[in-house]
Design a protein around this ligand. Structure first.
Ligand SMILES: [Zn+2]
Length: 438
């Protein structure tokens, strides 16, 4: 029996181009009364309500949000679900923060029940925040990935995740071995990759936490499983960059370490990339390697200010997506993270337009994850992931948004004042997966 469709009606914004490649006002399209027809998990039609309403099948259910704003489901390119319970562990730079707070929290994920409980909370938070796709780090324990995927499968969310590969410079209980890491990852790929909306990312935590042999194995694993992603961390903090230099004296720089082990290329996404040289950026661009920009995390740990303009330079653009990086990140709200990206850009003296910030958390992030043919925009054929934003979520937000001159200003205000309170409803895979209680 063919599934009946649901049509979401209301003002909408979509991308008709890359707002870093053209002007933000040209790239973002505002439709004051749009219709998005969802059928069988896909966007079946999209356009003005006036044009589409007469041709809608009679059995279509119409959900009307005249005071909302329909936007593509948000895409969080880099987040650690196992760090949910340690968000806000403050005051230390990266390497001490890992030792003091992160590793103890991750140890608990050897217990699959604990992992399932936190996974459920994490996925619920994604839905509450309008995030319909996420690239997620689990822990070194394969059961932490099983737990996440098992809980994620019925949620309708698109989740890419992987088990951390880490065979050195980590405490007892958080290290694997080259062979175990390879075998566990391969088994998880067989079990979960491509099942519904789930996908696998081979996940060497960072190059300090894996031996040469493990990095070799990660590259081999990636080549052996086309279609999987590869995720890691790169050039986050100056002390870490010095450490990598000392660990790999034969490499030209941090990016070269990844290069030597075959860990660059389309489908690889590395978080941060703050302290990069031009040679490193050129090499990332040349290989199609993506960066995850994690502004709240970078501010929280004092890691540095990401140079977005240098990354997206038109003559050699690096794919960049936005990410929360919880638990170093301070929020799972992509709206708030877009606001933080604008703050970081201001501190670098290169302001970011709201349309560009939205792109980084939707279509740009989808491209960074090589999922642009599936998610990131309101476009016929893409997955039916839609967020209904509420510009009247609180009296203050309503008073402020009543005064905006156009949709660009509206988005900027929502990114500045908004968070999960502004998510009226989240649609994922063609289903309503979150409705904010009134
Ligand atoms: Zn991270």
């Amino acid at each position: 029996m063919p599934q009946t469709g649901v049509a979401l009606r209301g003002p909408s914004v979509t991308f008709r181009g890359d707002p870093f490649g053209s002007t933000p006002t040209e790239a973002l399209h505002y439709e004051p009364d749009a219709l998005v027809l969802l059928r069988a998990g896909r966007i079946d039609a999209f356009g003005s309500a006036a044009a589409l309403l007469p041709g809608l099948p009679a059995d279509t259910t119409i959900r009307h949000y005249p005071r909302g704003l329909l936007v593509p489901g948000f895409v969080d390119c880099h987040v650690h679900y196992a760090q949910l319970e340690m968000v806000g562990s403050a005051g230390r730079p990266l390497l001490e923060w890992l030792e003091q707070f992160t590793f103890p929290a991750e140890l608990a994920f050897g217990d699959e029940r604990h992992a399932e409980r936190v996974a459920a909370q994490f996925l619920n938070e994604l839905q509450r925040n309008g995030t319909t796709t996420a690239a997620v780090f689990a822990t070194v324990h394969p059961q932490s990935v099983d737990a996440l995927f098992r809980v994620a499968e019925p949620t309708g969310l698109r989740i890419v995740a992987g088990k951390c590969l880490m065979d050195r410079h980590a405490p007892d209980g958080l290290r694997d071995s080259v062979q175990q890491g390879y075998d566990d990852s391969a088994a998880l790929i067989t079990r979960w990759h491509g099942r519904g909306r789930l996908g696998y990312a081979i996940t060497p935590r960072f190059v300090a936490s894996s031996s040469d042999a493990q990095l070799e194995a990660a590259g081999a694993l990636w080549r052996a499983h086309p279609g999987t992603l590869l995720q890691s961390h790169l050039s986050e903090n100056t002390a870490e960059v010095e450490w990598i230099r000392a660990l790999y004296p034969q490499s030209r720089d941090y990016v070269d370490v990844f290069d030597r082990f075959g860990l660059l290329g389309r489908g690889a996404i590395h978080a941060h990339g703050i302290h990069l040289s031009e040679r490193e950026r050129s090499r990332l661009a040349q290989t199609g390697t993506a960066l995850a920009h994690c502004p709240t995390s970078n501010l929280f740990l004092g890691s540095g200010l990401f140079d977005l303009q240098a990354a997206v330079r038109r003559d050699r653009p690096i794919p960049v997506g936005l990410a929360t990086d919880v638990g170093a990140g301070t929020t799972l709200s992509m709206l708030a993270t877009m606001g933080a990206a604008m703050h970081v850009a201001q501190l670098r003296g290169t302001p970011l337009a709201p349309a560009q910030a939205l792109w980084l958390g939707t279509a740009g992030a989808a491209r960074a994850l090589t999922l642009e043919h599936r998610v990131g925009n309101l476009e016929v054929g893409l997955d039916a992931d839609v967020v209904v934003l509420d510009p009247n979520a609180t009296p203050f937000i309503a008073a402020r948004t009543a005064r905006v001159r156009d949709v660009h200003e509206l988005l900027g205000v929502l990114m500045t004042l908004g968070d999960d309170r502004c998510i009226r409803e989240t649609w994922a895979d063609g289903r309503s997966v979150w409705i904010r209680p009134s």
